[in-house]
Design a protein around this ligand. Structure first.
Ligand code: NAD
Length: 494
């Protein structure tokens, strides 16, 4: 068992209090993966200080040079790809295939943001006064606090850190306590790279201790948070009080709308993948299938048949599709929601149980679960479960399907399955979700496009792609007067 440390400046250090926490492998809870510093406000303060000291030099480094350093980090990520995949598999419980997908997304973001170093465009425009240039330029914000969940422990850090760094910010990352090993391995890559000391810092710890200390630290000018809506609201309140910029990527209750004219086999395949790969532990997992009445029975029959074929198993086993749930709290939440579903009168047609026998005895495994006869007012139709549980709902018409779709407080991702271009376009207009797909699963974002949710899935910001540049930079408006006199629009007579 290895002891891991915080990365503060170029130093690997324990918590000043000496407190630690351990992380266990969800596929074998007897295996302790490592011991990590349980940091407090003092440790966070030291990391913020290191980031603050590094800010001036890094922010004044030309952006194309920052881009070159990012490219070197990309090379290191490629070199240590297999090691990082191993860490993700053990820490999260993800299959090797899913972990490789996560690494691809992390490296893609590095490549994309390295190129942004030669863009970071502002705008130039005309002034209403003669001999005057008007323009905007992008500047970094300062020290950014980055707080991430466990389900994509490498990718989500990369999706925030690379845009933050290319814009000239320095960062303090507080990764999830439920996947700290993969995050630590990622920190090793940053430490090994040519990044100047203090530009990238990582502090481990619990959310309400290290996480909240980062949010409350007055030197941190931006908090970028991905996690639950409940914690996101708390963070937004604290940031609001001290006027720090805050970007939130929160929960979802994503739906696939299956219309009667669609290719049913394709819709079944996409819904099965969307709902159950990664054990449903994606913010963009399909947790509702809204199916038009005329194809409801046919869709359901094939859905159950295909879901039955999915192998729940050890993440290292190549035939496994569904690995363990990441942590006990999450597993208990899934069990609780299955009970709620039954009590509410939904019909459990598949799964619904924790698996504990034989190969499952040491891990946190749960069967893929399907409820039918789910009505929009039920809690299992409205609340995020974050596990392999799918609620199937019947809609009499296209109109009703859209109404059901929009009946939750979330709005992260959505799919519509149809061959009718008019219906597809109207669904795209009306589905309240930040990321929408036609004839595809509810997940699969690409790094050059924005990502984020509406309603309770976010607070209006977008990260990823070109939108991340907006989030991680500050715009300065600049006027340059070359008239030789003092002129001003507010002195000017009409
Ligand atoms: P969580 O909200 O419990 O924790 C997320 C992070 O916040 C962790 O690092 C945690 O330590 C920290 N934290 C907890 N309390 C805090 C506090 N008071 N102050 C500061 N930090 C605090 O979420 P989780 O269980 O790790 O992850 C699952 C959730 O993340 C789901 O709701 C899922 O939908 C969401 N998620 C969203 C996206 C997205 O892009 N929208 C992506 C992945 C996951």
């Amino acid at each position: 068992m290895r002891t891991f440390y915080n990365l503060i400046g170029k130093e690997w250090v324990g918590s000043r209090s000496g407190k630690t926490f351990e992380r266990r492998n969800p596929a074998n809870i007897d295996e302790v993966l490592g011991v990590f510093p349980r940091s407090d406000a003092e440790d966070v303060g030291a990391a913020v200080d290191a980031a603050r000291k590094a800010f001036r030099e890094w922010s004044e480094t030309p952006a194309p040079v920052r881009g070159r350093i990012l490219r070197e980090i990309g090379e290191l990520l490629r070199k240590r790809r297999d090691e990082l995949i191993d860490a993700i598999v053990k820490d999260v419980g993800k299959t090797r295939r899913d972990a490789a997908g996560e690494m691809k997304a992390a490296i893609d973001m590095c490549d994309f943001m390295a190129g942004e170093g030669r863009r970071l465009y502002g705008k130039t425009t005309f002034s209403e006064l003669p001999k005057r240039l008007a323009m905007t330029r992008r500047f970094p914000i300062g020290v950014c606090g980055i707080i991430t969940p466990w389900n994509f422990p490498v990718n989500l850090i990369c999706w925030k850190v690379f845009p933050a760094l290319i814009c000239g910010n320095t960062v303090v990352v507080k990764p999830s306590e439920n996947a700290p090993m993969a995050a630590s391995k990622l920190a090793e890559v940053f430490a090994e790279s040519g990044l100047p000391e203090g530009v990238f810092n990582m502090v481990h710890g619990l959310g309400e201790e290290a996480g909240e200390a980062l949010v409350r630290n007055g030197e941190v000018r931006l908090i970028s948070f991905t996690g639950s809506t409940e914690v996101g609201k708390r963070i937004a309140t604290i940031c609001g009080e001290r006027l720090a910029k805050v970007s939130l990527e929160l929960g979802g209750k994503n739906a696939a709308i299956v219309l009667e004219d669609c290719d049913i086999e394709m819709a079944v395949d996409a819904v099965v993948r969307g709902a159950f790969t990664g054990a449903g532990q994606r913010c963009t997992a399909t947790s509702r299938a809204i199916v038009q009445a005329s194809v409801y029975n046919r869709f359901l029959e094939r859905l159950v048949e295909e879901t039955r074929k999915l192998k729940v198993g050890h993440p290292e086993d190549e035939s496994t599709v569904i690995g363990p749930v990441n942590n006990e709290e999450q597993l208990n939440k899934i069990i609780r929601y299955v009970e709620i579903g039954k009590e509410e009168g939904a019909r459990l047609v598949l799964g619904g149980r924790r698996l504990t026998e034989g190969i499952y005895s040491k891990g946190l495994y749960f069967e893929p679960t399907i409820f039918t006869d789910v009505r929009p007012e039920m809690r299992i139709a409205r609340e995020e479960i974050f596990g392999p549980v799918l609620a199937v709902m019947r809609a009499e018409s296209f109109e009703e399907a859209i109404e059901i779709h929009n009946s939750t407080s979330y709005g992260l991702s959505a799919s519509v399955f149809t061959r009718d271009v008019n219906k597809a376009m109207e669904a795209l207009d009306r589905m309240e979700a930040g990321v929408c797909y036609v004839n595809a699963p509810t997940f699969g974002s690409e790094v050059h496009l924005p990502f984020g949710g509406m309603k309770d899935s976010g607070a209006g910001h977008r990260e990823v792609g070109f939108a991340a540049i907006e989030t991680f930079s500050e715009l300065k408006t600049i006027y340059i007067d070359y008239s030789g006199g003092v002129q001003n629009v507010q002195f000017k007579r009409d």
